[in-house]
Design a protein around this ligand. Structure first.
Ligand code: GDP
Ligand code: MG
Length: 222
């Protein structure tokens, strides 16, 4: 089977926010309430099919004239969220194409800490060829302390995270809300935005301070 592209996708975020459950739902369309904690890092691979329009060099789920059904290999790294494993994250972050950052929608008290953590990672390893995707998970649980997207947006601005390729989804690994959509939309977005050859994708770590712009590229998919 020929593989047209490989995408390295990593999941980061605090322990118990639902990273493994999201990946499990994506693979099996099921939810398991008693997931064991991930130890270190878990690796999963998956091949998906997308249509590639040779004329425009764009990928989509739709078949149109000139489009070819192609195989995209997803290499998904699920990291453990506990502090003691955080030193591992830079190793997995390297050469990644899509970074899913998972936040527990009910964890209002830690939102600032979580976004600061993400912002530190982004600034340390900033690479404008990466698509960042924020998953506000456990959206099936409704409480008075739900985090809203405007609130996250404020924190991103506070930590100077302008001009990044950021996508947002409200998800639930329990009901499946937006799980397939988050993967598929992010993958297609990434492929079409960075439609260069693989070698080029792996360069250019940029100094954040010199690249800040006024325009926010912040994008919300709710
Ligand atoms: N209600 C609800 N529970 C969830 C959701 N996602 C994960 N959980 C539960 O939260 C706990 C931690 O999930 P897990 O996937 O192990 O989190 P991880 O440490 O980030 O990988 C488990 O008991 C899951 O069943 C969700 O979307 N909704
Ligand atoms: Mg886990």
């Amino acid at each position: 089977m020929s593989i047209k592209k490989k995408l390295k996708i990593i999941f980061i975020g605090d322990a118990s926010v639902g990273k493994s459950s999201i990946i499990n739902y994506y693979y099996n369309s099921t939810f398991n309430n008693n997931n064991n904690s991930t130890i270190g890092v878990a690796y999963h691979s998956k091949i998906i099919k997308l249509n590639h329009d040779i004329k425009t060099n764009k990928y989509s789920t739709i078949t149109i004239n000139n489009s070819i059904n192609t195989n995209i290999m997803l290499q998904i790294w699920d990291t453990a969220g506990q502090e003691r494993y955080r030193t591992l994250v830079p190793i997995y972050y390297k050469n990644s194409n899509i970074v899913f950052f998972v936040i527990d929608n009910n964890d209002y008290n830690n939102i600032q800490k979580n976004i600061k953590y993400l912002s530190d990672i982004i600034k340390t390893y900033l690479n404008f060829n990466i698509t960042y995707v924020i998953l506000l998970n456990k959206f099936d649980i409704l409480s008075d302390n739900n985090i809203d997207i405007q609130y996250i947006n404020r924190w991103f601005n506070q930590f100077d995270l302008y001009d990044l390729d950021l996508l947002f989804f409200k998800t639930s690994a329990k009901t499946g809300l937006n799980i397939n959509n988050a993967f598929l939309t992010s993958i297609i977005h990434h492929l079409n935005k960075y439609n260069t050859d693989e070698k080029k994708q792996k360069t250019d770590i940029i100094n954040f301070k010199n690249t800040k712009k006024n325009n926010s590229n912040f994008c919300c998919i709710i």
